[in-house]
Write a protein that binds this ligand. Structure first.
Ligand SMILES: NC(=O)c1ccc[n+]([C@@H]2O[C@H](COP(=O)([O-])OP(=O)(O)OC[C@H]3O[C@@H](n4cnc5c(N)ncnc54)[C@H](O)[C@@H]3O)[C@@H](O)[C@H]2O)c1
Ligand SMILES: O=C[C@H](O)CS(=O)(=O)O
Length: 483
């Protein structure tokens, strides 16, 4: 792997605690999902060693939080600049461990760096308040102060950006941090730590504990009284586990969980734009994103034309090893992920859906699946109620606006939704009535550091990015002065 990198020093395989690289008492393999080749052997830390990382963050907190906002801002900006300077190497590492096409991996590095740039600016705008007193001799002050030690647990599908979206606001606020990346994709987090060290992040401020024992590390994060904030991105199932485990500590939580995004195309939509949006929203990261269009709804008047145009576009998408030029759809991350998509397809076909172009098999060998459009999808199918997390685009037909909104909202999730329409009254009505944390109107790509990313209902708590994102790592203190 190192021979593929311009800067081999970025391929770090030891855990990073208190500025030291720890080999751990054992190692675990990171495997390329496209080839099954072993990419690296990574340090396997125990729960006790993870606690060392928490203690390092505790010990680093006083000095880090005492820095001026400008001092922290400068370090975050240097970190972002280094990530962009090394984007090609970081993308090579990311594609090797996660499988996404190199172009998407480079895009993710830019997306991750954008959070460091954004919160380098937000660091200097953590303002408090003065409030007119409730008595003549009282003065009211509101201070915003960093929570303290924050911890993160993140998924495999965006191994750089999901950590950046948490570390950047945390450190900007003055918190110190312990990250536990997915066991499937730890290398991107370790490369981030290497660049953080080069950017001047002091020892103990940012720590990366690597382990395949997710439950043990998560339990340590929830049980250890030093940890005052846990930020989790992953499935709703695990989010519920962590929320319960964190309850005894009354720990502040951010939960970025599962989704079931509707993608609605109304009769008055710009169909070419809707097709572009559907391809972006459905097939980015081979359909392995929390905001992917999981259900596509097409109004009766344009249904057949939309399906025809979408299918024509999908047929041009190339499946293959993400490190190869021109590949649009990389592998699924695991065999279990392949099995889930195949199970959703079989269930849908068994309940009356059809693959556009015919056939019943979407396998391309190994963990590769053919991007596929289904018609005849209905609400009783598994793919209507569960995240498919793969390149399967089920199209549901609808007649009225009210029916579309009702079907779109008929889910326990509420992360992202999308719709295409040009009538401004309809745009306002639908935008207001969709029960989601984020709505894309005439666009299939909504994620940006400038915007508050997050969901409602079973899709989580809190927001990441935007000016709101730093509040997740701050506490309000009310001071009442008698004068
Ligand atoms: N809302 C968002 O921003 C967002 C972003 C990316 C992914 N996701 C969601 O994540 C899921 C896919 O990612 P995934 O398969 O890695 O999810 P996952 O919940 O299985 O795993 C997420 C992380 O939690 C760890 N984990 C698993 N069990 C744990 C436990 N008992 N205690 C502590 N940690 C544990 C995993 O090792 C991993 O690092 C999908 O549901 C997707 O929608 C949401
Ligand atoms: O899958 C989860 C990510 O949050 C997707 S995005 O890149 O932030 O849209």
């Amino acid at each position: 792997m190192k021979d593929l990198l311009q800067d081999p020093g970025l391929l770090r395989t030891d855990a990073y605690v208190n500025g030291d690289w720890l080999p751990g008492t054992s190692r675990s393999e990171v495997v390329n999902p496209a080839t099954d080749a072993v990419v690296a052997d990574v340090a396997e830390l125990t729960r006790v060693e993870a606690a060392r990382g928490i203690e390092a963050a505790r010990d680093a907190f006083p000095d880090w939080s005492a820095m001026t906002a400008k001092e922290r801002s400068d370090i975050l900006r240097r970190w972002a600049d280094l990530m962009l300077d090394h984007a090609d190497d970081l993308a090579t590492i990311l594609t090797a461990e996660m499988g996404k096409p190199l172009a998407e991996a480079r895009g993710e590095i830019g997306y991750g760096a954008s959070f460091f740039h954004w919160f380098a600016e937000e660091a200097r705008r953590v303002y408090g308040d003065t409030i007119p007193g409730h008595q003549r001799d009282k003065r009211i002050l509101v201070l915003k102060q960093p929570i303290g030690v924050a911890a993160s647990i993140t998924p495999w599908n965006f191994p750089n950006a999901m950590i950046a979206r948490k570390v950047a606001p945390a450190l900007a606020a003055g918190c110190t941090f312990v990250a536990r990346p997915s066991e499937l994709t730890p290398l991107s987090a370790l490369a981030m730590a290497e660049l953080g060290e080069r950017a001047g992040v002091p020892p103990g401020v940012f720590n990366v504990v690597t382990s395949t024992d997710a439950a043990a590390i998560g339990q340590e994060f929830c049980d250890n009284p030093i940890v005052r904030k846990l930020s989790f991105t992953g499935s709703t199932r695990v989010g519920q586990i962590l929320m319960a485990q964190a309850a005894p500590q009354i720990m502040k939580l951010s939960l970025e969980l599962g989704g079931n995004a509707p993608f609605i195309v109304f009769d008055d939509a710009d169909l070419d734009a809707a097709v572009d949006g559907a391809v972006n929203a459905k097939f980015r990261n081979a359909g392995q994103t929390c905001v992917c269009a999981n259900r596509i709804f097409a109004q009766a008047g344009i249904h057949d034309e939309f399906v025809a145009r979408l299918s024509d576009r999908v047929r041009t998408l190339k499946t293959g090893d993400g490190s190869e030029p021109g590949v649009d759809i990389g592998p699924m991350i695991t065999d279990a992920a392949v099995e889930k998509v195949q199970a959703h397809l079989a269930d849908a076909l068994g309940k009356g859906a059809s693959i556009v172009g015919g056939g019943t098999d979407i396998s391309q060998g190994g963990r590769f699946l053919k991007p596929t459009v289904l018609t005849g999808a209905t609400g009783d199918m598994r793919l209507a109620r569960e995240e498919t997390f793969g390149p399967l685009a089920p199209v549901f037909r609808f007649d009225t606006e009210a029916e579309a909104i009702s079907m779109a909202n008929d889910t326990e999730f509420g992360l992202a939704a999308y719709f295409y329409a040009r009538d401004i009254s309809r745009v306002y009505r639908v935008m207001e009535r969709l029960e989601y944390g984020m709505v894309g109107v005439n666009t299939g790509l909504i994620s940006a550091a400038e915007a508050p990313f997050g969901g409602v209902k079973m899709s989580g708590l809190g927001r990441e990015g935007s000016a709101y994102g730093i509040d997740e790592y701050l506490e309000l203190k009310y001071a009442c002065l008698s004068v």
